[in-house]
Design a protein around this ligand. Sequence first.
Ligand SMILES: NC(=O)c1ccc[n+]([C@@H]2O[C@H](COP(=O)([O-])OP(=O)(O)OC[C@H]3O[C@@H](n4cnc5c(N)ncnc54)[C@H](O)[C@@H]3O)[C@@H](O)[C@H]2O)c1
Length: 427
Amino acid sequence: MIGTGYVGLVSGVCFADIGNQVICVDKDKNKIDKLNSGISPIYEPGLYELIKKNFTAKRLSFTSNIDRAINTSDIIFICVGTPTKKGSINVDLSFVYKCTKEILKYSKRKKIIVTKSTVPVGTGDEIEKILKKKKKLFTVISNPEFLREGEAIRDFRYPDRIVVGSNEKKPLNIMRKLYAPITNKGSKFFTTSRRGAELIKYASNAFLATKITFINELANLCERSGVNVEDISLGMGSDSRIGGRFLRAGPAYGGSCFPKDTKGLVSVAEKYKINLSVVKSVIKSNQERVNLLTKRVHKILGSNLKNKKISFLGVTFKPNTDDMRDSTSLKMIPYLCKKGAVVNYYDPSGHKKEFKKIKNCFFKRDIKSNCLKADLIILLTEWDEFKSLNFRSITKNKKVKVYDLRNLYNNDEMKKDNLEYYSIGRS
Ligand SMILES: NC(=O)c1ccc[n+]([C@@H]2O[C@H](COP(=O)([O-])OP(=O)(O)OC[C@H]3O[C@@H](n4cnc5c(N)ncnc54)[C@H](O)[C@@H]3O)[C@@H](O)[C@H]2O)c1
């Protein structure tokens, strides 16, 4: 596995757990040192235990020596990042191409190269071009990853489908064998062309982002028209053609995938002179959502935020992960601090380097000290430990207001406690 991030590490550990010999390689020596001394560099439920089990059983090893990793492997998974290029919507493929060049340099015998990273349609062809000097040694196929952070191990073991794209038959059979312990439990093994697999991944993420954005916009209408958005989600979602998942209104979608993949898809389409107008408006609507939420904070606390005490419960883009990439908190907190508010935050995954340099922003080690004397508590991430809080006892301010961006709490119960309570898409 080249790249020991959320995808490479989880996939590597899970492949080892079903009996394969796995070497995880990363150019970040610090990550490898941590892993070799038994520390997981990321927070993912259940991951640490699996690392320990498979490392001890000698099925799993970690190295920054890419030469050794490449030479001892039959199948090489590329799991490096594919971020958005700075200042554009294009996909930055430099990490993918750099490790392809390393594979070319160090390979001495036949290998299957599998792109697990999310890459634009046609990237496999570009990888082949880089490898053409030793082209007989390589088969390049695509096997995009669909795991979700926070549920990654379960998703790897019980995926809805495994997508493998190849222009040749033989590597498909090898992949079928590799995934047999998973498909034997009922997961679908779906094969297509290499380009097809590359596009399926972007299409899936763009569609899910569209669903979230759709319900977020409807939530705005619900607030104005006196309707409960949860009823809309249930009523719509019960239609099997629509499905209820990804229809929960909340903050803007974030994380390491949806924001970059929606942009990536639009940029690839533009290369082919195709206008993906739906996806474009999803991106725009999502960007505007953060402004809408901060405007709401002004409505709740007034236009002058100077010295107002605002406490965030959760700052990661979703629970059970430490990932901060494109979280709504990255825009809301700096804005509120700039307006003079004093912002405390508590997140079960710990303090965040992203807020270190922001004046008036403080990490608190527990819920109580975070919320003490707050004027406004903003629930941003629905971690389990926030699910049954007694706001009256955690803050000494009788006039505390609560803004629940995940509709975690019940309107009537909050009213019973005499709390000024705001949520999403409820009248
Ligand atoms: N994070 C997710 O939930 C998720 C889910 C599905 C697909 N993906 C896709 O998987 C890919 C990886 O995502 P991630 O979140 O795991 O990224 P990440 O940033 O967490 O990890 C990438 C790792 O690759 C390493 N790396 C980069 N270049 C390298 C090289 N030449 N040699 C060795 N190591 C190198 C980096 O040091 C880093 O540790 C992306 O394309 C992403 O879109 C991510």
